[in-house]
Design a protein. Structure first.
Length: 350
């Protein structure tokens, strides 16, 4: 049907080892169609050629792995078939489904599972959810359903804590922003570049502090959307005002967001904290100048070491006086590196 109306098709098979056999089988079933294959282990030039051919309509069906979940906008592709859909997560299915339906044609997403397959209860719930929430604006409801399937308590609790990315909520905020933009007919916002955070501390809103799961989700979203440290201080004040003194895990959550914002301002691409040792990696071209380096050495709350990594930028290692003081020492170092306003979130207990 899609080919007859002049469209093209994605066929997603997420196993590189067998994707060639699947493509050959499809060619046998539909010899009149032109098939091509794309996956992430192809040489860059080869993959680029395949995608160019598909974009220029020299092939009808692209048999691909998950690499198509983001990239070129292909309005001529309005049908997607996802093989072994039971093995995908709900967020993955949502992203893949969003690759079609970007024109004025009706789009179709087919979720394929083997005949007689014994699905797990979680897989069955995911497939039902992606089928149920197919209208515009469904992204946030899918996020809610995914948390129900996983168990919101674990998802928002200490088992999923660590650095901010480990909370996993930023993906859901991105889904929400995309759905709002599509509903309004606006351009889907581009994903903001993110600092890689590798910080091994518990950071979350405990359920005995913010007891209502909806309110915890609300504050996680607020936190994920923040782009200014001033707003972070206001959010901390609001939490204290509504729920009282911040527990340690909540303070750590705010501190990690502060570290991320400071790192973005300073041109830091990666932040790592292990015990009392912290490492910053500056983007190439965003390394601090001599004056800032001198100020870093002067104000460093611990021992500093510098290592130039050529195209990978500059690494700065800080040995804090103790494990307990390491997060504060790292924040102090980043404030100097920003060479800007030193406003920060106050974590002093009231």
């Amino acid at each position: 049907r899609e080919i007859q109306r002049g469209g093209q098709v994605f066929f997603v098979h997420n196993r590189v080892q067998s994707i060639g056999r699947v493509a050959d089988h499809l060619r046998e079933l539909l010899p009149e169609l032109r098939f091509d294959v794309a996956h992430g282990q192809m040489a860059e030039g080869e993959l680029e050629g395949v995608m160019r051919d598909f974009l220029e309509r020299r092939s009808d069906v692209l048999v691909s792995t998950m690499i198509i979940e983001s990239g070129l906008d292909l309005p001529n592709v309005n049908t997607i078939l996802i093989n072994r859909a039971d093995t995908f997560g709900l967020a993955q299915l949502y992203q893949l489904r969003g690759r079609v339906g970007r024109s004025n044609h009706r789009a179709y997403a087919y979720l394929l599972i083997p005949a007689g397959a014994q699905l797990t209860d979680i897989a069955r719930k995911r497939l039902r959810a992606i089928e149920e929430f197919s209208d515009l604006g469904a992204g946030f409801r899918l996020a809610m359903r995914d948390m129900e399937i996983r168990g919101a308590g674990n998802f928002l609790g200490p088992e999923q804590s660590g650095h901010l990315n480990a909370i996993g909520y930023e993906l859901y905020c991105q889904m929400l922003r995309e759905e709002i933009a599509r509903t309004r007919g606006d351009e889907v916002p581009a994903e903001r570049a993110s600092v890689k955070m590798d910080v091994a501390i518990d950071a979350y809103l405990p359920d005995d502090y913010v007891e209502d799961p909806d309110q915890r989700i609300y504050f996680y979203k607020r936190l994920a959307d923040l782009v200014e440290r001033r707003a972070l201080a206001s959010l901390a004040d609001e939490l204290r005002d509504r729920y009282g003194r911040l527990p340690a895990a909540a303070e750590s959550l705010l501190r990690l967001k502060e570290l991320r914002l400071l790192a973005e301002e300073a041109g830091v691409e990666e932040v790592r904290l292990r015990g009392a040792e912290a490492t910053l990696r500056f983007l190439a071209g965003r390394e601090p100048g001599p004056e800032v380096v001198a100020e870093l050495v002067r104000q460093a709350p611990g021992k500093l070491a510098f290592q130039a990594d050529g195209r990978e930028g500059l690494r700065v290692r800080l040995q804090a006086p103790s494990v307990e003081e390491a997060p504060d020492a790292l924040a102090a170092l980043l404030r100097v590196a920003t060479a800007s306003d030193t406003l920060a979130v106050s974590h002093t207990s009231e």
